[in-house]
Ligand binder design. Structure first.
Ligand SMILES: [Ca+2]
Length: 86
């Protein structure tokens, strides 16, 4: 079983890999998020631009047009809680 610290570390590695591709290396842009989804999440290859935008807006809680690590972790935690409720 993974500890919270281990989970956070792997999330940080994933986040940094994509956030560092262009622009601000501390945040995910919409393009970087789309790339992450396409490469890391099976079944998202066919997502439309509008669907990506909706998903991005969901993550971007403060609406500043970038997803920072805190917003990314919030999302991952929510997703994990949802999957445990199934
Ligand atoms: Ca934000």
């Amino acid at each position: 079983m993974s500890t919270v610290a281990e989970i956070l570390t792997s999330l940080k590695v994933l986040f940094t890999e994509y956030a560092g591709k262009s622009g601000n290396k501390e945040t995910l842009s919409k393009r970087e998020l789309a790339e992450m989804l396409h490469k890391e999440v099976p079944g998202t290859e066919d997502m439309s631009k509008a669907e990506i935008k909706d998903f991005f807006d969901l993550l971007d809680e403060d609406g500043d047009g970038e997803v920072d690590f805190k917003e990314f972790v919030n999302f991952a935690v929510t997703l994990n809680m949802l999957s445990e409720m199934e």
